[in-house]
Design a protein around this ligand. Structure first.
Ligand code: EPS
Length: 390
């Protein structure tokens, strides 16, 4: 299955097409729209989110509430477009001043050079994180299919905003409880207050913030991915999908970069036997992936998001029109979008995992795929005394 998004931040609408999606997947439009709502929320969002109420509309590839196997197309309207009909006119030409002072950190400058262009508007409209709406819609459909058919669940939560980190351990129950939290989706409510305070102070200064979110995926059959070729490694595929989200600069699995402080004897997740004589692990420093394959433990990774490059107190730039030092362009933007990025990461994690499931268990009908999946899982439980480990 491949999915392709199209659409500009202030264009008419966003579109996503999922090609080679299996037939028989139940479509829960309320679930999809709730994921879109989650992506829109979070303390530190800017004015745009007050304009939009993102709603997905499915226009092809489905009948009577289920996918047919034909390419599935979803559209999400940009309500703001009505304020941009001249600036973003598709055919007619209007006299609109060009944007020529690139923002450090945005796609502006490299994008202009790539397309040999001289108006940053042509770059920023597509580079905008508004595109993640389409990814979230596609991922939401797949995330609900993973849950319904394979019992796979995916959560995310905020670990850090700027230099403020959570200071509390947590359980899956805690993550479930904050799933629809509209503030920062942070399990540590004392620290969350400090994060909000920091966002407020940062906003007043015209500055922006990044942070870290964590993603956890449960009940993944072992052996997804491969150790055979670099093209099929599960961690590499997840990393590529996550790093493709706007603003993401790093990803670490399990114990991550901190893990290198440990000795091998402390790092590696020793095998153990449960009371029911099932094979489990004593820890999950590998983050659920060994040798490029899922190992039955939860898949756990954290991603680092850089501060948003649009600052209201603009950074220094050079005007490409007259080559004079000036302030970078200022577009309406957000102060901090780390919780939203977590929701997008849940979506692309779902799409990545589902694709690997399809590679191993078939592409055509979800019932047949599910049967093959659980047939294999039963064999693994019998032959290898396998049990999922959190
Ligand atoms: C976004 C919509 C955008 C920005 C943001 C993400 O809306 P607007 O540009 O109209 O304010 O809020 O985009 C960026 C941070 C960016 O760098 O482009 C969204 O829907 O998530």
């Amino acid at each position: 299955m491949i999915y392709l998004t199209s659409g500009e931040s202030h264009g008419q609408e966003l579109t996503v097409i999922l090609n080679q999606i299996p037939s028989g997947i139940a479509i829960d439009i309320d679930y999809i729209n709730n994921e879109l709502k989650r992506r829109q929320s979070g303390y530190g969002r800017g004015g745009r989110m007050k304009i939009e109420t993102d709603q997905a509309e499915i226009v092809s590839g489905a009948r009577f509430g289920k996918t047919t196997g034909a390419p599935l197309t979803m559209k999400i309207k940009n309500k703001d477009w009505q304020n941009w009909t001249e600036k973003m006119a598709v055919l007619k030409k209007y006299k609109i001043p060009k944007l020529t002072m690139p923002r450090p950190g945005h796609a502006d400058y490299a994008g202009l050079m790539k397309y040999y262009d001289d108006d940053i508007r042509n770059i920023l409209e597509r580079a905008s994180a508004r595109e993640t709406t389409a990814q979230t819609a596609a991922g939401a459909l797949i995330k609900s299919a993973l849950k319904e058919n394979f019992k796979i669940e995916i959560f995310s939560h905020t670990i850090a905003i700027g230099n403020i980190f959570i200071n509390k351990s947590y359980t899956l129950d805690d993550l479930q409880k904050i799933y629809n939290d509209e503030v920062l989706r942070c399990i540590d409510k004392i620290v969350e207050k400090k994060m909000i305070d920091l966002i407020e102070k940062t906003k007043k200064r015209g500055d922006t913030l990044g942070g870290i979110f964590e993603v956890i995926a449960l009940n993944i059959i072992p052996g997804l991915g491969s150790f055979i070729q670099y093209t099929n490694k599960l961690d590499a595929k997840l990393a590529a999908a996550i790093l493709a989200i706007q603003g993401i600069k790093g990803i670490e699995f399990g114990a991550g970069f901190d893990g290198v402080r440990k000795f091998g004897s402390q790092f590696h997740d020793e095998f153990d036997l449960s009371k029911q004589k099932k094979i489990i692990r004593k820890s999950n420093n590998a983050g659920g992936i060994e040798g490029g394959m899922s190992n039955g433990c939860n898949i756990v990774f954290r991603a680092a998001m850089k501060p948003i490059p649009t600052l209201m107190s603009a950074l220094q730039s050079v005007d490409l029109e007259d080559c004079k030092i000036k302030k970078a362009i200022v577009e309406r933007s957000d102060v901090c979008v780390v919780p939203a990025a977590g929701v997008v990461a849940e979506a692309v994690t779902a799409l990545t995992l589902f694709n690997i499931i399809l590679e191993e268990f078939g592409y055509d009908n979800i019932k047949l795929i599910r049967k093959r999946y659980f047939d294999k899982l039963k064999l693994l439980e019998k032959k290898y005394k396998f049990s999922f480990y959190n």
